[in-house]
Design a protein around this ligand. Structure first.
Ligand code: NDP
Length: 434
C-alpha cells in the first residue's frame, strides 16, 4: 500500500473514533434523539388507540381521553415495577449454564448465567396461573397501557440518571466524550454490574428480559381484548402473535448468541439502550397487534401466505446467520460452516473474522432475516394506513445506521485487518444491492 493510501486510512480511523464518540451528531443530536424516542411511542399509541390507526388526527379523535390515559397511575406503577421485580427475581434465582462472554477493555472476561429460556417458560406459566386464578386481570393491562408507557419512560429516565455516575465509577467505559448530554445518552459504562464486575449484569438483563417478554404479553392482551369484544381472534392477530412470540422465544433459546452482538460487545449502557430496552421495544413493537384489535378484516389468502413465507424465511436466515457466528466464535478452528471448515481472517488483535457461510455473502447478512420478519408482521394489517408499517420502516433505518456504526467500531478495533475483511466481503447487508 502506498504511504499516501496508508495515511488516508489512518486519518479515516481517527475520524471514525471521533464519529463514534460524538454519535448522533454530538450533544444536540443526542438531545433531539432523546425527545424523539420519547414522543414516537406516544404518537403510535395515540394513532392506534384514539385515531382509528390513522397517522393524522381525525376530526373525532378524542385528544382529551388520550392525555388523560397517559397520566401515570399507581396501578400502572405497581404493574410495571412488579413485572421488573419478577424478572429480576427469576434472573437471580433460576439456575442456568454459566457462559463466558464479553472481553472487557482491560482484557478480562465476564461470565453470564444463561437462564433466559427457562425464565421465558416460567413467566408464561406464571401468567397463565395468575390470569386463571383471577389475580392478574388482562383488561387492566389494556386499560392502563398509556399509563404503563409513561411509567416505563420514567423508569428508563431514572435508569439513565443512575447509570451515568455508576457507569463512570464501575463500568469500564470506552468511547466517552466528557460531555454530560452525550455521555448520558450513549452511556458511560460498557457492562455495568451490581455489585461491580461480579454481580447482576444490567445490560444483558435489560436487553432481553423485561422488554422482550412484555412485548409478547401485550400482544396476548390485545388478542384477548379482541376475543372479548368480537367473540373470536382474527387470523391476522393470530399470525402476528405467533410470529412475534416465536421471535422472542428464539432469542431466549439462543440467549448465549447475544453475547457476541454489537450492543453487548461495544455499546455503553446509557439512556439510549435503557430507553430502547424498556419502553421502546414493548410499547412500539406491539403496535401491529394493537391496531388489529378493532380491524378484524378478512385476511386474503395471498396476504396470509406472504406473511407466513416471509416470517419463515426471515426466521431461518436470521437464526442461521447468528448461529454461524456464534458457533464460529466458540471454536473457530473446529467450526463447520455449511459442512466445511470455516474460512476466516486472522487479526492482529487476536480475534478471527468469519468469511464463509452467510458471513461471506455480506458483512451483516443477519440483518436481512430480521427485516423480512419485520415486514411479515405488518402484512397481516393490510394497507389501509401506514402506522402498522412503522416497525419495518424504522427497523430498516436502524439496521442501516447500525451497520455503519458497527463498521466504524470494527474499523477502529481491527484497523487494516478490517479493511482486508471488507475487501474480501464487499457487501454491507444485501449481497449485490447494498
Ligand atoms: P452482529 O451480531 O453482526 O454483531 C456485530 C459484532 O460481531 C461486531 O461488532 C464484531 O464484534 C463481530 N463481528 C463482525 N463481523 C464478524 C465476522 N465476520 N466474524 C465474526 N465476528 C464478527 O450485529 P448486531 O449486534 O447489530 O445484531 C445481532 C442480531 O440482533 C441481528 O440479527 C440483528 O438483526 C438483531 N437486532 C435486533 C434488534 C431488534 O430490535 N429486533 C435490534 C438490534 C439488533 P467483535 O469482533 O468485537 O466480537
Amino acid at each position: 500500500m502506498s504511504a499516501q493510501k496508508a495515511s488516508a486510512k489512518t486519518d479515516a480511523r481517527t475520524n471514525a473514533k471521533d464519529t463514534l464518540i460524538w454519535s448522533f451528531g454530538g450533544p444536540l443530536g443526542c438531545a433531539l434523539m432523546s425527545v424523539l424516542v420519547v414522543v414516537i411511542p406516544y404518537y403510535l399509541y395515540f394513532c392506534v388507540a384514539f385515531n382509528d390507526g390513522m397517522p393524522v388526527p381525525l376530526p373525532g379523535a378524542d385528544l382529551a381521553a388520550f392525555w388523560q390515559s397517559i397520566i401515570p397511575t399507581w396501578t400502572a406503577a405497581g404493574l410495571y415495577l412488579g413485572w421488573i421485580a419478577l424478572q429480576v427475581l427469576l434472573q437471580i434465582a433460576v439456575p442456568g449454564p454459566q457462559v463466558e462472554g464479553v472481553a472487557q477493555p482491560d482484557g478480562t472476561k465476564l461470565t453470564y448465567c444463561m437462564n433466559g429460556h427457562r425464565c421465558f417458560w416460567i413467566t408464561l406459566v406464571l401468567i397463565v396461573i395468575l390470569v386463571s386464578m383471577g389475580i392478574l386481570d388482562l383488561s387492566t393491562i389494556y386499560r392502563e397501557f398509556g399509563a404503563l408507557l409513561s411509567v416505563g419512560g420514567l423508569f428508563a429516565l431514572a435508569m439513565g440518571i443512575f447509570l451515568y455516575p455508576y457507569g463512570k465509577a464501575h463500568g469500564q467505559a470506552f468511547h466517552t466524550s466528557g460531555n454530560l448530554i452525550q455521555d448520558f445518552f450513549m452511556g458511560t459504562g460498557l457492562n455495568p454490574r451490581i455489585p461491580a464486575r461480579s454481580g447482576f449484569d444490567l445490560k444483558l438483563f435489560f436487553e432481553c428480559r423485561p422488554g422482550l417478554f412484555l412485548w409478547s404479553l401485550f400482544n396476548a392482551v390485545f388478542a384477548w381484548v379482541q376475543y372479548q369484544e368480537y367473540g373470536f381472534v382474527s387470523t391476522a392477530m393470530i399470525l402476528v402473535n405467533i410470529g412475534q412470540l416465536l421471535y422472542v422465544w428464539d432469542c431466549m433459546r439462543m440467549e448465549a448468541a447475544l453475547l457476541s452482538t454489537m450492543d453487548i460487545r461495544h455499546e455503553n449502557f446509557g439512556f439510549m439502550l435503557a430507553f430502547g430496552d424498556t419502553p421502546w421495544v414493548p410499547f412500539t413493537y406491539c403496535i401491529q397487534a394493537y391496531y388489529l384489535i378493532h380491524h378484524v378484516h378478512d385476511l386474503p389468502l395471498w396476504a396470509a401466505l406472504l406473511a407466513i413465507g416471509l416470517a419463515v424465511t426471515g426466521q431461518l436466515l436470521f437464526r442461521l446467520s447468528n448461529k454461524q457466528k456464534d458457533t464460529f466464535r466458540r471454536d473457530p478452528d473446529n467450526a463447520l460452516i455449511w459442512g466445511k471448515p470455516a474460512r476466516y481472517l486472522e487479526t492482529e488483535v487476536g480475534t478471527k473474522l468469519l468469511a464463509s457461510g452467510t458471513w461471506g455473502l455480506s458483512r451483516h447478512f443477519n440483518y436481512v432475516g430480521d427485516e423480512l420478519m419485520a415486514i411479515s408482521w405488518s402484512i397481516p394489517c393490510l394497507f389501509a394506513t401506514p402506522i402498522p408499517y412503522f416497525y419495518p420502516i424504522y427497523f430498516a433505518l436502524l439496521l442501516i445506521h447500525r451497520e455503519r456504526r458497527d463498521h466504524l467500531l470494527c474499523s477502529e478495533k481491527y484497523g487494516e485487518d478490517w479493511d482486508r475483511y471488507c475487501e474480501l466481503v464487499k457487501w454491507r447487508i444485501i449481497p449485490g444491492v447494498y
